[in-house]
Design a protein around this ligand. Sequence first.
Ligand code: AMP
Length: 535
Amino acid sequence: MAVRLFSTVAGLRCYLDLSWGKQPRSSDSPSNPMPIPALEIGFVPTMGALHTGHLSLIERARRENKLVVVSIFVNPLQFAPGEDFSRYPRQLERDRSLCEGAGVDVLFTPTPEEMGVTASDQTHIQPPQALVSGLCGRSRPGHFEGVATIVTKLLNLVQPDRSYFGQKDAQQVAIIRRLVQDLKLPVEIIACPIIREANGLALSSRNQYLSDEEKIQATALYQGLANAQNLFRTGERSSATLVQAVKLELANVPVIHPEYIELVDPMTLKPLETVTDEGLLALAARIGSTRLIDNCVLRGSYGVAPNANRQPMIAIDGPAGAGKSTVARKVAEVLGLFYLDTGAMYRALTWFILKSGVDLGDEPTVAELASQCQIDFVNTPSPSVFVNGEDVTQAIRTPEVTARVSAIAAQGAVRAVLVRQQQHYGQRGGIVIDGRDIGTHVFPDAEVKIFLTASIAERARRRQVDLKNLGQSDVTLGDLERAIAERDRQDSTRAISPLRKADDAIEIKSDNLTIEEVLGAIVTLYQAKTASLLV
Ligand code: AMP
């Protein structure tokens, strides 16, 4: 379908309102008194002159949402006098056809008047000084206030479920995350990896200003970061030494004038003297009259230095019945990692909700309880699960909990709360976790991603064996195959967290493999990954 182009707020809002009206209402929980809208909107704000970096954001938005909105707005608020506002590349026709090719539904191209940014006196968003005053903020006063103001307006207009930003603009990502958190905007901010030329140069609309020779010279920016990253991998954690590695590389190219090279905390942007968990190594430099930025995130990896707390983690996704949780548990045991039992988390929450006696179909109340339910795992003296300090290890295995857990897990707000708790657990790495969207959504940065599958026939055969062991020998293979095929269809087409293999996941089809062989394959992959991080 052709991309719809709107340049006014009225057109955009009318289109979005009508799209909501056309959406089928979710039937995930039939007892729910309030209809749940199933439309999911992914939003990619840009300034146009689209390149493969922008397209990577759009592709991700396309994969994860029903409707994709891209905006193109060269925002005057974020350019200081004397900066390149008037000569910034504007290529609407080309951008439109790129959006069309990428399956964008709506392209929003407002004028500055339409966005209300031309009046001298207007409401501005002021992010915390600590975030806007350092790095690029030092030479671009007012820039991030301009970005924050326009992004807030756009998020209000589009009201997306998810909005996609490039890690290329790492300071911008930190500021927008904070803005969304502080203003309580109901949107998920997703940062996407930096897309580079084959020679390492980060793609940017401003690369158009560079001559061919400058483009080659500019690769020193990436090379400097790569040198620091290599040092980091060998165990170097001192900010001064890592920054010096970048400086040395840039010093080889006299036409490059560095503006800053700094190592900061990726969230707070506070300068770091050493990296413990994570550091953002960011730089800005001028080549001729062009200002370029680039960065890399340095993450502690297993066993490298005393303070390197982050161990690689393993995310295992795959269809139901492929043996994910059995395998995940064993992998964790063999590798001495922590098995984050997401099933137990849903059970624990279900127990908490049942205990409170509320109507399970009352989603807003369930959501409220979910966010007051702190789930903890303790491994010694024996593996136990706690809810708000109470040991519920036995209580979450009752038939009552078993009977209700899937209805609770189907609720969007419940998933959102538990995904946040899972991500919190995963911050330090060293976990094995299985599910449907772990590698694609919960931990897109997981170091080892596995997609564990088996044919429908094989899964039906295994299920039949399990059922026979439970004394049920009257279920036919045909029935089981049909049920599994239907479950696969539902899982891969769900509005919330559909099953999908992450692009960088390794697929293991277990039809002709024993559990030990699957286990061996994953352990080998993990050990190889750990070794590569230690290089
Ligand atoms: P811009 O049009 O420069 O405002 O960029 C729009 C979005 O695309 C921002 O979130 C940028 O961070 C992102 N972006 C720009 N260049 C890249 C790149 N090379 N890789 C990934 N994302 C990028």
